[in-house]
Each structure stands twice: as structure tokens, then as C-alpha cells.
Design a protein around this ligand. Sequence first.
Ligand code: MG
Length: 238
Amino acid sequence: MNFASNTVIAHRGAFKKNGFPENSIASLREAIRLGCTGSEFDVRMTADEVLVVNHDPHHGGMDIESTSYAQLRSHRLSNGEEIPTLEAYLRAGLQDNKSTRLVLEIKPSPAGKARGQLLAQRVWEQVKKSKANAWVEYISFDYAILTKLIEMDSTVVSHYLNGEKSPAILQAAGIKGLDYNYKVYQQNPQWITEAKVLGLILNVWTVNEPSQLEWCIRQGFDFITTNEPEYLLKLPAR
Ligand code: MG
């Protein structure tokens, strides 16, 4: 793969500037059109085990995990799209896309760790079925979801989000990167150096303010996850 050489990961797609719904196919297509190196999105599972792309545990007042997909899709996004299935989202993400990674966040299941493991398995199966392996990098706050993915396929590229583990611990588990809140790096600046020495991918979320974006560029992060991809794309690289 030959992904774009910028640092920009559009958080929930490039939604903000054009008023697209977060995590919509429109926001994904816009991130690809802009040439971001990555577009991030969140995956959850319905009561009948359909994988859908949505940040919040609720959609249109319905709890995703305890509602069927047929019921969920009756409530549309503000631009008229149906709540995207992972299958549809991956299909849209592979279309005319040679430069944008698909940064797939697997949300910890509110129903507990066991359902999180099932979710990880189902997501991995769908990515394989969609032939999207080479485009997808996985992120999660749930450490056990990432280790489950690695157990199924040691070549997956995954980044941990929760911020309490050192780069050495992640590397030992086969996790390829850390993707922490920028405040975590400001409190643990040695992790930036340590990650670079170990060859881990350094990603940071969610950075929107100009002074914070410039701080991240100076630190030499590989990726910066932002709601302002258009602005970050215009800033000079380090
Ligand atoms: Mg997310």
C-alpha cells in the first residue's frame, strides 16, 4: 500500500467543515477526496449481530446493542443516509481509494468483555470478507479486543487508545502503535521517545486547536487524529 505521506487522520471522517454527519459514508468519502492518510470510524454490533458504524451506544434514541438492525435503520442520519453497516462502509472506503487508511475503532461492548471478543471476531471476519485487510488499521480502548485480533491474525496493525500502558508493554503484546490523548503524551513525554526507539507507530487524539496541532507536529507524531483535517493538511510538516 502507498498511503498518503501526511499525518492527517480524519476523526469520524471529514465531517465538520461540510456539515456531514459523523461516521457517515459522506464524511468517509470526503476524507478520501482530501487525501488524508487515514479516516477513522467507530464500529458497534446490533442485537442481531449486524456490525454498524456509529460513535454513540445509541442511534435515534435506540440502544444499538439491544436493538435489531431493521429497527435501527428506520432512523436516518441527518443527510438522509441509513446508519452504515460495516460492510457498506468498507465498500465505500475501498472505492477509488489508494491513499487513505481505514482506521477502524472497535468500541468496547457495554454488555461486557465476552461480547467485545465476539465483536472483534465478527469485525475481523467482515474485513477479510470485504478484502479490506491491507487498508484497515484497528484501534480500541479495550486491550482484550486488540489482543483477540492479534491472536486471530498476528499481522494486523493495531493501536491502543486508553493511554495507561507503556510502549514496551504494547510492543511485547504485538500491538503496533499507541494512539493516546495528547495530554497523556504531555504527562509522559518519555513515551514519545520510547515509541520511536521501539519503532512503534505514534498516533494522537483528538487534536483540534492550532497550538496543540503545532505541538504534535514538532513532536514528530506519525499520525494526528483531528476534527480539522482541512486545516492540518495545510500546516507545514516538521
Ligand atoms: Mg472513535
